[in-house]
Design a protein around this ligand. Structure first.
Ligand code: CAA
Length: 283
């Protein structure tokens, strides 16, 4: 692996591009929206400055990282020489399908296509391409430069060679890869989302207010953020979407989303990104 293309300049995409470039890869960060691309590059520089201020990287490392990062608007022109393409566009199946089909149609034969999806079946996404053996889930966690895990998701047809290459690449990025099978929510969100959902039920039923629910989990279970604060951080729409994937995937009522979560999303209170969620944020 030498050349990586990251598609999608949102929170996950810019974080993934950041760590790939910092680890020495030549990275193209692609987003069709020029303003989103500009914002992504500004955010990467800001996060590098944060690491510089904490003396985690040097000024030279910051500059080298930025030199290895190339923003681009077109998928087909960017993937022509790629070794690895990581798709990190929003969790909308039709959007992922069009992005993956475009990348697959022009990428080199040997290139691996990975998706950062947090909820869509890797096997289903792989079937939209002509390379289901070279298709894999590479699930990063927010904030990407900080979180150590990459959940490596093996689809039905993913080859051992692809798994080995991605496990090695994730390690090279300074992450700890954990291989799991393709299943709704994989392991991470199958375990995390019911906890967040239950915390929202506690709030809804008045068992505790948001601060009380979060304090219990922070101080009693050593979670860095309480589940309600984490839901705001992830995005309430994202949480609802993943719970619906679990609910529909397993046909099990234990995954039913809390009515309060549905109501919050209906009201457009999506957490940090809208400034309002279970907490008020500075927007
Ligand atoms: N880039 C680089 N560094 C960053 C960063 C970023 N974007 N964001 C935070 N940091 C660094 C800070 O510089 C700081 O570094 P030091 O330890 O050297 O001081 C460190 O991370 C901690 O940050 P802060 O001091 O600002 O704040 P904090 O101590 O409250 O930590 C947090 C913030 C890292 C987000 C922490 O609260 C945390 O780990 N929360 C849980 C996050 C989590 O669970 N993420 C997974 C969400 S689920 C997901 O992403 C996938 C999905 O499918 C839904």
């Amino acid at each position: 692996m030498k050349k990586i293309v990251v598609i999608g300049g949102g929170t996950m995409g810019n974080g993934i591009a950041h760590v790939c470039a910092m680890s020495g890869y030549s990275v193209k960060l692609v987003d069709a929206n020029e303003q989103a691309l500009d914002r992504a590059m500004i955010l990467i520089e800001k996060n590098l400055d944060r690491m510089l201020a904490k003396e985690k990287i040097t000024q030279a490392q910051k500059l080298e990282t930025l030199e290895r990062l190339h923003p681009a608007l077109s998928i087909s022109q960017s993937v022509l020489e790629a070794d690895l393409i990581i798709e990190a566009v929003p969790e909308i199946l039709s959007l992922k399908e069009s992005v993956l089909r475009e990348a697959d149609s022009v990428a080199p034969e040997n290139a691996i296509l990975a998706s950062n999806t947090s909820s869509i079946s890797i096997t289903k996404l792989a079937s939209m391409t002509s390379r289901s053996d070279r298709f894999i889930g590479m699930h990063f966690f927010n904030p990407v430069p900080v979180m150590k895990l990459v959940e490596v998701v093996r689809g039905l047809d993913t080859s051992q060679r692809t798994v080995d290459a991605i496990m090695k690449t994730a390690e090279f990025l300074g992450k700890t890869p954990v291989e799991v099978q393709d299943s709704p929510g994989f392991v991470s969100n199958r375990v995390l989302m019911p906890m967040i959902n239950e915390a929202i039920f506690c709030l809804q039923e008045g068992v505790g207010n948001a601060e009380q629910v979060d304090e219990v989990m922070k101080l009693g279970m050593a979670h860095p953020m309480g589940p309600l604060r984490l839901a705001d951080f992830i995005g309430l729409d994202v949480c609802l979407n993943i719970l619906n994937v679990l609910y529909e995937g397993f046909k099990d009522p234990k995954y039913r989303p809390s009515p309060l979560l549905v109501k919050m999303v209906d009201a457009g209170k999506l957490g940090d990104k809208t400034g309002q969620g279970f907490y008020l944020h500075g927007k």
